[in-house]
Design a binder for this molecule. Structure first.
Ligand code: HPA
Length: 274
């Protein structure tokens, strides 16, 4: 059986055959954020099914393809559709594409997601720049034998989200007139949304928003020494004393509004990475 490093090489090589450019930035597009992919000057689009060892996407609102090209003049590879732990994938499968993007040559990873807002000062469709995270998923993509060529056994997590990128994002949002909070993302396994008691606990733990993705990818990105920038879109309010049943179609609509804002903000940020 092939080891992880060989699988990464296989996948990266297959992608290089369709697109030989070395990307600087990797972008993971979360729920409802497909619009951003349209802004990329596309040079190649590769379906996950055509990449060796890539899992395939099962969620309807997620496409499953790599979009390769340039954004604001910077070579970029974007995942239109990500893999979630709740779909039944292992943490290693969820994070495999991050390894592959690293092998392709990226030095910066931008992650996005739809999240439930627990900070009462947040509003629907607001953006939050992720300043820090809490892993409450009950698993870890780095569990198991460590390949020292990919990263250290005990990766440091004192600054998972690059403070310079956070400052660039904050200043860009200000310039564009887009509300962007800075806060803490907490990841749960899902797929059910949380109970009132759970929201109370998660908020008490110090989180501003909650979601079911991102943290595995960021852990692997840090393991691979990538600079990381993360954004959440507040798609529903999760205030335990004023909780309403979650309406997934409404969540997707709000995600699209936030997605429009991110579609303005991210190219502005990427332009400054040159
Ligand atoms: N929990 C609650 N609301 C959400 C989530 C979540 O994980 N993701 C998007 N909205």
């Amino acid at each position: 059986m092939l080891g992880l490093a060989a699988k990464i090489d296989d996948a990266a090589q297959a992608i290089r055959q369709a697109w030989s450019t070395r990307p600087r930035v990797g972008l993971i597009l979360g729920t409802g954020l497909g619009g951003l992919a349209a802004q990329i000057q596309q040079e190649a689009v590769i379906h996950y099914g055509n990449i060796p060892h890539f899992p395939t996407s099962t969620v309807e609102s997620h496409k499953g393809q790599l979009v390769c090209g340039t954004l604001s003049g910077v070579p970029i590879v974007a995942m239109e559709g990500r893999f979630h732990f709740y779909e039944g994938y292992s943490m290693q499968q969820v994070t495999f594409p991050v390894r592959v993007m690293k092998a392709m040559g990226i030095d910066t990873l931008i992650v996005t997601n739809a999240a439930g807002g627990m900070n009462p000062q947040y509003e629907l469709a607001d953006l939050m720049i992720i300043e820090d995270h809490i892993n409450l998923m009950g698993d870890n993509p780095l569990r198991g034998v460590n390949d020292d060529n990919l990263g250290p056994r005990f990766p440091d997590m004192c600054e998972p989200y690059d403070h310079q990128l956070i400052e660039i994002a904050k200043a860009s949002a200000l310039k564009l007139g887009i509300v962007a909070h800075k806060g803490v993302f907490i990841a749960v396994a899902g797929p059910n949304l949380e109970t009132r008691a759970e929201y109370r606990m998660l908020r008490g733990m110090g989180a501003d928003v909650v979601g079911m993705s991102t943290v595995p990818e960021v852990i692997v990105a840090k393991h691979a020494s990538l600079r990381v920038l993360g954004f959440s879109i507040v798609t529903d309010m999760c205030l335990p004393d004023a909780l309403e049943p979650a309406d997934i179609s409404k969540i997707l609509k709000v995600a699209a509004v936030g997605g429009e804002r991110l579609s303005q903000l991210i190219p502005h940020v990427v332009a400054q990475l040159k």
